[in-house]
Ligand binder design. Sequence first.
Ligand SMILES: [Zn+2]
Length: 387
Amino acid sequence: MDVVPAGNINRWKYPPFDAHSDEEFIYARGTLDDKGNLFTMMEALKEYLNVYGQPLRTFYVALTHDEEVGKSGAMGIAHYLSQQPFGHNGQFEFILDEGTIILEEAFPTLKNPIAIIGVAEKGSIYIEYRIEVAPGHSSMPSASTAIGILARAVDKLESTLQPSQFGRGPELSLFHGVTPYLKFPLRLVMSNIWLFGPVIQWVLSRKPGTDALQRTSTAVTLISGGEKENILPTSASATVNHRIHTADSCRKILENNRRIINDDRLVSHIKSCSEPSPISPYGKHIYAYRILEETIRQTFENDHHHPIIVVSGLMLGGTDSRSYTNLSKNLYRFSPFVYHHNDLNRLHGDNERIRHSDMQRGLNFYFHLILNNQLENIPETKLNSEL
Ligand SMILES: [Zn+2]
């Protein structure tokens, strides 16, 4: 499995590919994303085979070489699995990919950790905007050059947010799940979303991480124009990347942008587009979802004063699971690791690390997931059995 590059090595506390281990953590690129999942999953399988032997139900472990940069690996696996006995017509009971995590200190006053099962993921579109104008000499410039026109369009795209879709995607069930555990007055606000919707939207919009939950995001990622310092530029182009909320679509975003830019001289070209995923079924009546939910409780329920809250939510990044939609309609995204407030910045960032205790619990999670899948009835009691 691949990882993203380490970036500026000087900013790392330890060399990023040495897997330096101290009392509490292992530091290395890929510890959280995605080798933590990989190792705990493989260890759990080994442990399961040692303890119980061959499971009654069939599992496939799908690991790919280009999880971060492409999807040829996942598509190859999807093709192979579709030839298998359960692969026809989406008959796999469920698919679990890397994904959303367990958050601590997510809301003010909330002591309970929140485990989020990603039931959908955002789409992604890359659009190039290009402008071509007649050539001219820089001593007699016309009112707007290609670069000027393009710059104004970029400014409009950045300063005009795509509309909030709060309440139209899986983020709403996250808020419903958390509300009973909140203290007044936050609880009052959250339990009356119909009334306080605009307030919640405003609160979410104050941080990029929470704002991304409620709308399609916009990032201008490339820009180029001009050939020589004394020649008026005849063309300029910029590429913008939107991560698409489940209530939006590629077409809708293209249309929104046309209105925002409001300048017919710019020509748009879609470089690539993948629509947001469908929303997988979730709730007590879905067997696969309940197995996941109960396994999370079994593994992470260690503080009875502040029980773990398990909710469904939206995954902001893309996962391989988007290639597996033909195998099952129950696609879930979850990584069994606890994140503290600054851990999210370590993903694709500096000093990525994982707690030793999280490795143990991750292993425990996958072990119990296999075990629970052998049972006729899902246990209602909360066990916290260590290996
Ligand atoms: Zn990644």
